[in-house]
Design a protein around this ligand. Structure first.
Ligand SMILES: [Mg+2]
Length: 396
């Protein structure tokens, strides 16, 4: 398969958002350290202006600690409604630049600007234009990163904050990533970093030069291949516009309560097949599976798990759901009256999936699903069933 043409993705992030809103609304705060956050006794810092950061104040730090580091800062309680208004206007600006905008939070978004060059010029022109219009319309500074993938674009926007403009051309991705610490790898928490460090792998470049088998031996097949791909800048996640549904689910209340996992398994598998069929109809895959049980006392329990790659395979979703449900108690004394399977973190199904680990088996599972879909479309949805359904007496 030929390599897909490179995408152009922008990541835009407002600088010190809450604190900047406060400085804009009260000019006497400009140039002064401003900390927005909870009370001194129990709260944490939600945002710190760059003047406050110079004293070592950081978000998520206890407010009391921030006061110690910078006693003369102006401490303000958050005004979320005000920030939400700014956020709306910010996204109205972003919507002009791309048909696909994905919000990550009130002040942060990915834009797929592939092909927008004709309208807006080079990646740098686009970054400048987004930041300029944001400044003009809402009076706030933004940092922008432009790169061929989400992973790299997000790092690029962060690395020269505030008012950063970092453009990473496709040919420069490896040079850009290599010197960065492994903590910049998406999904590399302290435990993974420690493992890598013990192997002498400190930078993303170290990881990129490492053989895939070594990483797999060190971190397991899922994570190993994930970081092998990321360290080389391979991240095929699409920008997912917010207007698309965020989850798909199927649930049912039983006529007779369910009292064992043996009984529940086939039900979850059937529900998963329904969910997977809807995913395939919408041409999507999902990365997250959620299983939900409601007990006869109406207590609701949910469990979720995330795949390292997207799937639209009912069997795989069903197996994951049954495994998750296995962690929930179920017995004649602890009976369930409702069960459901849902998926979220949806992504387009077609297109490149370099991060997938078992593409062949996945495609087989999905092809089987496609065949089931076609038979069902022709003969009605009860025409087919998996052998595993046989144990499901509730199937009508
Ligand atoms: Mg921000």
């Amino acid at each position: 398969m030929a390599a897909p043409p490179p995408k152009t993705i922008a990541h835009v992030d407002l600088d010190a958002f809450y604190a900047s809103v406060e400085q804009r609304e009260d000019p006497s705060l400009c140039g002064r350290p401003v900390v927005v956050g909870g009370s001194e006794r129990r709260g944490v810092v939600a945002a710190a202006s760059y003047e406050a950061r110079a004293f070592g104040v950081r978000s998520a730090m206890p407010t009391a600690e921030a006061k110690r580091r910078c006693p003369r800062a102006v401490f303000l309680p958050p005004r979320m409604e005000r920030y939400a208004e700014y956020s709306q206007r910010f996204f109205a600006v972003l919507d002009r630049f791309a048909p696909r905008v994905e919000s990550l939070s009130l002040d942060e978004a990915f834009l797929d600007v592939t092909g927008e060059e004709r309208l807006f010029g080079t990646g740098r022109d686009i970054a400048e234009a987004i930041a300029r219009e944001t400044r003009e319309e809402i009076g706030l500074a933004a940092s922008v990163g432009v790169a061929p993938s989400k992973f790299v674009a997000k790092i690029a926007s962060d690395i020269e904050k505030p008012e950063g403009r970092v453009i990473v051309e496709p040919s420069r991705v490896q040079d850009f990533l290599s010197p960065l610490p492994t903590s910049r790898l998406w999904g590399a928490g302290p435990a993974v970093q420690k493992r890598l460090r013990e192997r002498g792998l400190r930078t993303i470049g170290d990881v990129a030069r490492c053989a895939d088998e070594t990483l797999v031996a060190l971190l397991g097949p899922g994570l190993g291949r994930h970081f092998a791909a990321l360290s080389r800048g391979l991240d095929e996640r699409e920008v997912e516009p917010d207007s698309e549904p965020i989850s798909i689910g199927h649930e049912e209340t039983f006529n007779a309560d369910v009292t064992s996992h043996e009984e529940l398994g086939p039900i979850l598998l059937r529900q998963a097949d329904r969910v997977a069929a809807r995913l395939r109809r919408q041409d999507r895959r999902a990365r997250t599976v959620v299983v939900k049980l409601k007990y006869t006392d109406f207590e609701l329990k949910t469990r979720r798990a995330t795949f390292t790659d997207g799937t639209a395979d009912g069997r795989r979703i069903g197996r994951a759901a049954a495994e998750l449900a296995g962690g929930l108690s179920l017995s004649p004394r602890r009976r369930a009256r409702l069960a459901g399977v849902a998926v979220s973190t949806l992504e387009p199904r077609h297109g490149p999936h370099q991060l997938s680990f078992d593409e062949a088996s996945r495609q087989r599972g999905e092809r089987l699903g496609d065949a089931l879909d076609q038979i069902e479309a022709k003969f009605g949805e009860r025409a087919v069933g998996r052998a595993a359904y046989a144990g499901d007496k509730r199937r009508r």
